[in-house]
Design a protein around this ligand. Structure first.
Ligand code: C2E
Ligand code: CA
Ligand code: CA
Length: 682
């Protein structure tokens, strides 16, 4: 009760209102800044702590001081300057201590302890301020009120610091500042109620209230300036936070090189589209550049980056606001087209294809990468994101495999085909250990005499459920799935071991795939196999196709020289089917040319084929390289080739590829064959 009377009868209400305003603003800002202190770490935390303490201390001190000026004890009043200053320092230092304790989080109760200290600081400031307050009268302190004021201040401040972490958003964020206001106000007026002044009779009454008001105003302004500094720091920090948040968001959703949306945004976009219920006819296009690796290898990564950026710019311009383009990684892009008709879709797909084939200028060079496009359309080719993306990828993969095709639309058959291939590749993985592989041998003979020169090792796979699968089918599969190296090594080992056991010293010819030829340890591996199996080097022949060589000419030539340096001969397989057979002959030091079976096949029917064969034989002769004709199926073909002085032959007529145990006795049967004898003798 005395508190209320004290407030209304012994105070100048205007100054009390000013003090109240100061208290409200100060508490609000203090709690806001304190929250920011909690969010920060290390150096920033200290900075915010300092700012919070300065704001808290000066606003609380100003509140107290203005309210003091509004106190009308009915006697003349003066202030002790030094003690007033001490009270202000106490306010700032004390609140700083409380805030630091609360912010350290040393225990679960750190905020309560810190809040309590904060409350004590308010009390200490208040009573020091009161000692600075000099009145011409008898001063008495009511102990009960003093104790009550301190308990209230400590308790409420502790509650405020508990609340500031409990409620942080919305209207509830104002609970903590509210309690803090209560702590300050309760302390002040309860403590003032404890302060009893009895005027000494005969002394002039009243203080210079105009001077007090001016002082109050200056203190309020100074405190507001300090609070304003805190608020503006807070706002500036908010702004930079928003900006860096925005920057982070952009970085998380975009590819840093090209600025195109990345896979995360692509997924989000597609999900949103599909969820909108207006996705009918939406097409997902998987795009993979065809010659990006080449550009990177030849011109360097800076050129590669420039190409990617140029293409990204084209894509951005192309998709505009209506469609969507993203870079999913490396040289992989994706476009989502929102079209309503198949015709419109086709038009746009054509445009994208053209776009990737248009040359890009880099320095003095023009280059076009080209791209393989795979398309899946909602809902026919997939009803959710995963299915659409997977099927677009399948179609793209198909387009990639076919050098004549840049664009492929998904269809269910394609899915089945790819699934089958995957399953088969998986089975092939286990074929070696399951003992499903076998090497067959096909004889190679001298055409002139019919005598055996060697055997070509040809790989056979008997699948447990599908039966015989031809090497034309599973060798490319092995190449595409990284299985060709173990497979190739297995064949080499088996062929060499078999041949080493033969009683005669026929050659054994082993086919090597393009992928094996890129393996830099190949020569060493072959040498190792020869040592292990004991096969003399001159009995091994390696067969290489032109396509295996032209992928990376420098590397192939290097490896081929290593193989030849071991003393192993190398034959050029399938001669005449490639693009630049003559060039290959010029560059690579072959020991034998294997004329492709397509020439042999047409020898009898097409006299122009005969002319070509004749020319090849003449060329080989001038280079000093012997020629073996493949695919001899008839006696007539054999005779024609003998007339042209072809050196060696291989084909069903001379002997079909057969398992090892069927080879014994072949020699006799060959020489015993009446047709051969007649042919050779003629
Ligand atoms: P290639 O190296 O040209 O092997 C000759 C192919 O022609 C063999 O087919 C053989 O059976 C077949 N052939 C032989 N004589 C005749 C004939 O008179 N008429 C006809 N039409 N064909 C004949 P195969 O065994 O199916 O092998 C196909 C291809 O698979 C081989 O062609 C070779 O490129 C590859 N290949 C086979 N085994 C291996 C291997 O162990 N490693 C590698 N990398 N490739 C292999
Ligand atoms: Ca061959
Ligand atoms: Ca061949």
């Amino acid at each position: 009760m005395r508190v209320i009377t004290c407030l209304f009868t012994e105070h100048n209400l205007w100054l009390v209102l000013l003090a109240a305003a100061m208290c409200l603003v100060g508490s609000g800002v203090t709690m806001h800044l304190y929250r920011r202190t909690l969010e920060n770490k290390r150096a920033e935390k200290l900075g915010w702590l300092f700012l919070t303490a300065v704001c808290a201390g000066s606003s609380i001190w100003a509140t107290h001081f203005i309210a003091m000026l509004g106190f009308q004890p009915g006697v003349p009043v003066t202030f002790d300057a030094a003690l007033t200053l001490v009270s202000m320092i106490l306010a700032i230092a004390g609140t700083a201590l409380g805030l630091s304790i609360a912010a350290t989080k040393f225990s679960r109760f750190a905020n309560l302890v810190g809040g309590g200290v904060f409350g004590l600081a308010i009390a200490a400031m208040h009573f020091t301020g009161m000692f600075a307050y000099r009145v011409d009268g008898l001063v008495e302190w009511d102990q009960a009120y003093v104790t009550a004021s301190i308990i209230l201040s400590v308790g409420l401040a502790a509650t405020a610091f508990w609340a500031v972490e409990r409620w942080t958003t919305g209207a509830k964020a104002f609970i903590a500042p509210g309690i803090l206001v209560l702590a300050i106000v309760a302390l002040h007026f309860t403590a003032m109620a404890a302060f009893l002044v009895t005027p000494i009779a005969g002394i002039e009454v009243g203080a210079d209230s105009a001077a007090f008001r001016a002082m109050a105003l200056s203190v309020a302004i100074a405190a507001l300036v300090i609070i304003g500094t805190g608020v503006s720091s807070y706002l500036i920090d908010n702004r930079t936070r928003e900006e860096s948040d925005e920057q982070l968001r952009h970085m998380a959703l975009h590819d840093p090189l090209t600025g195109l949306p990345n896979r995360t945004s692509f997924n989000a976009y597609l999900d949103a589209k599909l969820a909108s219920g207006q996705a009918d006819g939406l097409a997902v296009i998987g795009i993979d550049l065809n010659r990006f690796k080449e550009i990177n290898d030849i011109w360097g990564h800076a050129a590669g980056d420039a190409v990617l950026c140029a293409l990204a710019e084209r894509l951005k311009a192309f998709v505009g606001q209506h469609h969507f383009a993203a870079r999913l990684g490396g040289d992989e892009f994706s476009v989502v087209l929102n079209t309503d008709s198949r015709m419109a879709l086709q038009e746009r797909v054509d445009a994208i294809e053209v776009m990737f084939n248009e040359p890009i200028r880099y320095g003095e060079f023009d280059s076009a990468t080209g791209a393989s496009l795979g398309i899946a359309v909602f809902p026919h080719d997939g009803e959710d994101r995963d299915a659409l993306v997977r099927n677009a990828d399948l179609a793209m993969y198909k387009a990639k495999l076919d050098p004549m095709m840049d664009v492929c639309f998904y269809d269910t058959e394609l899915g089945d085909e790819v699934r089958e291939r995957r399953a088969l590749a998986n089975d092939l993985r286990h074929a070696i250990e399951q003992d499903e592989l076998e090497v067959h041998y096909q004889v190679q003979t001298s055409i002139e005499t019919g005598e055996i020169r060697g055997y070509e090792a040809l790989l056979r796979w008997t699948h447990p459920t599908l039966g015989r699968i031809g090497p034309d089918q599973f060798i490319p599969l092995a190449e595409a799935n990284g299985l060709i190296l173990p497979l190739g090594e297995w064949v080499l080992q088996r062929a060499c071991r078999d041949a080493a056991a033969w009683e005669n010293d026929y050659k054994v010819a082993v086919n090597l795939s393009a992928v094996q030829l890129t393996h830099s340890g190949l020569a060493r591996q072959i040498q190792q196999v020869l040592i292990e199996t004991g096969l003399p080097v001159h009995r091994l022949e390696i067969e290489l196709t032109e396509t295996a060589l032209i992928k990376d000419k420098v590397q192939s030539l290097h490896i081929m020289r290593q193989i030849k340096a071991l003393g192993i001969s190398v034959a050029l397989d399938d001669f005449g089917t490639g693009y630049s057979s003559l060039d290959i002959l010029r560059t690579f030091p072959f020991d034998k040319i294997k004329l492709d079976k397509s020439f042999t096949e047409e020898l009898e029917s097409d006299h122009r084929s005969l002319a070509v064969v004749r020319a090849i034989l003449a060329l080989a002769k001038s280079l000093g390289i012997p020629v073996l004709a493949e695919g001899i199926e008839t006696l007539n073909q054999l005779d024609l080739l003998r007339d042209e002085a072809c050196d060696e032959g291989q084909g069903f007529f001379l002997g079909r590829p057969a398992p090892l145990d069927a080879l014994t006795g072949l020699e006799e049967s060959l020489l015993a064959s009446p047709a051969l004898r007649r042919s050779a003798g003629a």
